[in-house]
Design a protein around this ligand. Sequence first.
Ligand code: FAD
Length: 413
Amino acid sequence: MSQETIVLGAGIVGVSVAWHLLKRGRKVLLIDRRAPGLETSYGNAGLIQREAVAPYAFPHDLKTLLRVIPNQSIDIRYRTLGMLSAASPLLKYYLNSFPNRYNKIVPEYASIIALSTQEHAPMIEAANCESLVQKNGWLELYRTESELAERWKQAQENRQYGVESERLNRAQLDEIQPGLSPDICGAVHWQNTWSVESPGDLVQSYARAFEEAGGEFLEAELKDFSKQGEHWKVNTSKGTHEAAEVVVALGPWAQKYLAPLDYQFPLFLKRGYHMHYKQPDTKASLNYWIMDAEKGYLLEPMRNGIRLTTGAELADLNAPPSYGQLEKAEKEGRKLFPFGERVEAEPWKGARPCLPDMKPIIGPAPKHKGLWLAFGHGHQGFTLGPATGRLLGEMMDGETPAIDMKPFRAERF
Ligand SMILES: Cc1cc2nc3c(=O)[nH]c(=O)nc-3n(C[C@H](O)[C@H](O)[C@H](O)COP(=O)(O)OP(=O)(O)OC[C@H]3O[C@@H](n4cnc5c(N)ncnc54)[C@H](O)[C@@H]3O)c2cc1C
């Protein structure tokens, strides 16, 4: 039977949830204040990370901490106010990163990552956007043999979770990606990860497929939502809309709209920046997504130029931008692969919505019937949107989900 469902937020997560619910026979209204895929899901590195079975842990080793504390590194920076306002979730994140807890989190995270490319595939096909996607993996570059050997050890351990990889020495690397700095000694080639040359366009293609199949999209600012009897009332800048069920897929903004309903989820943000650059003047072309692993930034051959994406900045959502991290990465990036001038006047800024145990919340809201949650996908939301859509659809229709969903329940907080 057709049901009225409203999905709040049209990033990769909300669009994927809406797509799945529509396919299941529901009448679905998807709401966002902007066109689909223009926030975090626009500015990311575009990797559908089948290899990311081990989520990013809080660094514990003294060497990393000593490097990060002066606040000059490329991979992690912090703003004092942001650290203070997120002190409690950050402490929990730190504690969850110790081996006794982290080793339990990895197989849970791996179970959802295993669905990542597999669940993007039917959406790519339905949206007819195969031309945006490359399936030849990406390269994690190393400057020191010992670091490469350590990473290769982890890569081999991750084979148990279906991750395919190859270790490349410098000569092998040159064969597939010429033009790199002589400082690079080799790489791990993550082979079954996919890359997308315009992540925003992929989300917009999925949203178009949703609309063409009969789903409705409303571009309107959400004000608030509340339960009135059996129904949910959603107030927006374009009127009030009612539905039997509501899904919150508001990414970094989710907690703000859940607080009035008495939810206090420990969402914190790892902000990131990107900039596009012109192709190099030389003949060299960037064939792969590459990560300068010991420095902590990525270069991606995107549709709008070579995109550089930065690591994490621990800061409040609305704190003014600080471009030092990007500028330093740009300087290193030019030495790694000599790209051209900047394309845009201002860098893009976005925020990874993170939870202290590194896993998203996917499932029913504990205190309200008919309210469903899908947010907190951290570093891998672009990877996990479609898997989240499938799993939430199965839960909402009372079916047994493809994987155990206990590790992702809201009740754990
Ligand atoms: C630099 C960087 C690189 C990354 N690289 C990768 C990567 O390679 N692979 C990967 O898997 N992940 C990556 N990520 C993470 C990924 O981008 C996010 O996890 C993902 O985009 C989150 O999707 P979302 O749908 O939850 O949130 P969003 O895309 O932010 O969507 C939330 C939506 O809610 C809407 N919204 C908010 N408030 C309102 C309101 N009041 N009314 C109406 N609408 C509202 C917003 O407009 C927005 O469209 C990266 C992130 C960053 C910052």
